[in-house]
Write a protein that binds this ligand. Structure first.
Ligand code: FES
Length: 185
């Protein structure tokens, strides 16, 4: 009886230890996903140093109470981009970034990013009603009516300033790819 108890106790301790170690790794993974990029908030703008961004990792910055998604594209993602998709790229040096407000254009849920689908039409999934978006945040499946919106931005000293319109933003506006209107085919 006491042998059984001891064995059970030992197994319980071993399972507990495994669960604790697993939990620590899970938390470490989650923390990595939540770690923001270095950023400074001031008077309606958020300045983000995206030089340390890892490729194909979703970073979420807060700007005027909204989530802004930032993803540095891998070379494979750039190669898989259509001409329209590329027009939505924020290019800093030789790096291409996806920058968009992370709210589904159907009813405003926050879509999840699927890194393994990064080069496909289902890079972002909205769990609320099943809409999908490609890697550039362009809507690829109803009921999302529009691409995810690109916020005003400008590039200065290699940093991304969200909340001010620079020439790169104005070019996207002229190209009609911001997401405030349907994209031209
Ligand atoms: S809110 Fe995203 S599909 Fe409805």
């Amino acid at each position: 009886m006491s042998d059984n108890m001891n064995r059970r106790d030992a197994m319980g301790i071993a399972f507990g230890a495994c669960a604790a170690v697993g939990g620590v790794f899970a938390l470490a993974g989650m923390k990595k996903a939540w770690d923001p990029l270095p950023s400074v908030k001031a008077a309606g703008t958020t300045t983000v140093d995206i030089s340390t961004a890892e490729a194909n990792v979703l970073y979420t910055e807060k700007w005027r109470g909204k989530p802004v998604f930032i993803i540095k594209k891998t070379p494979e993602m750039v190669a898989a981009s259509s001409a329209t998709t590329k027009k939505r790229d924020v290019i800093i040096g030789s790096d291409h970034f996806v920058v968009c407000i992370g709210l589904c254009t159907h009813l405003g849920c926050i879509p999840s990013y699927e890194p393994k689908n990064s080069a496909t039409q289902q890079a972002f999934l909205c769990a609320c009603h099943g809409a999908t978006y490609d890697q550039a945040g362009i809507n690829t499946k109803a009921p999302a009516p529009l691409p995810m919106l690109i916020p005003e931005f400008k590039i200065a000293d290699g940093k991304l300033i969200i909340g001010e319109a620079g020439p790169e933003y104005e070019k996207m506006k002229a190209d009609g790819v911001l997401g405030d209107t349907p994209l031209k085919a």
